[in-house]
Design a protein around this ligand. Structure first.
Ligand SMILES: [Zn+2]
Length: 213
């Protein structure tokens, strides 16, 4: 049964050493242009994939749609519970909902097309997917986004939402797409209430090390 109950959040700096090694909370990375960005630090905590499927982050989107990954994700993050997703994912969901309203059709994201950790095989060139603020859309209604015409048409609609929405141009080179629409809202940092940005975690032993249950 879909729910919109608030999810628990965690400061990534308090996670286990092995999770911090894979999620790298707050660490600096360089984008393809050589600009430095700090990776997300605060994460929603999910106890199962079923919970992600049941969690509605916007009227037409469940959390699982925005964080589906396959074996290209680090094994520990894919297999071990709980799962972690940066808190900005709910903001992305609002933008996708606005996009869905404007196109007036279901918006479908590919597997590995939402949040990907810094350890995911596709994260070699860091971009907003690592912040959970990007979505790769392969189909809208009956239209497959695999040609210049459809990608450009829906790119215009996405960009009409506001200047913070970025869509990669159609093309076959780096920074371009030819088989999906890459939609992002930039490097968004979310600091949930009740958390202290001056706190330093250093990996307290915590529930993340519990065996899968
Ligand atoms: Zn993308």
């Amino acid at each position: 049964m879909p729910t919109s109950e608030p999810l628990p959040v965690v400061d990534g700096l308090t996670l286990s050493m092995e999770h911090r090694r894979l999620l790298r909370p707050g660490e600096a990375v360089r984008d393809p242009q050589g600009r430095t960005h700090l990776l997300p630090r605060y994460f929603h905590v999910l106890q199962s994939w079923q919970q992600a499927r049941d969690t509605r982050v916007a009227p037409h989107f469940t959390l699982s749609e925005l964080m589906s990954v396959d074996c290209r994700e680090a094994r520990l993050l894919l297999r071990r519970l709980p799962h972690f997703v940066p808190c900005a994912v709910t903001i992305l969901a609002r933008y996708l909902e606005e996009f869905r309203l404007r196109v007036n059709a279901p918006v479908m994201l590919s597997v590995n097309g939402g949040y990907r950790s810094p350890s995911h095989q596709f994260s070699g060139t860091p971009g907003p997917h690592l912040w959970a603020t990007a979505a790769d859309i392969y189909r809208i209604g009956d239209t497959w986004l695999d040609d210049a015409r459809s990608i450009r048409r829906f790119a215009r609609i996405a960009e009409s939402i506001g200047p913070e929405v970025f869509v990669k141009p159609y093309g076959h080179g780096p920074g371009e797409t030819d088989d999906h629409l890459h939609f992002d809202i930039g490097y968004v940092h979310v600091v949930p209430r009740g958390l202290d940005e001056a706190a330093h975690g250093h990996g307290n032993p915590s529930h993340q090390d519990d065996p899968e249950s």
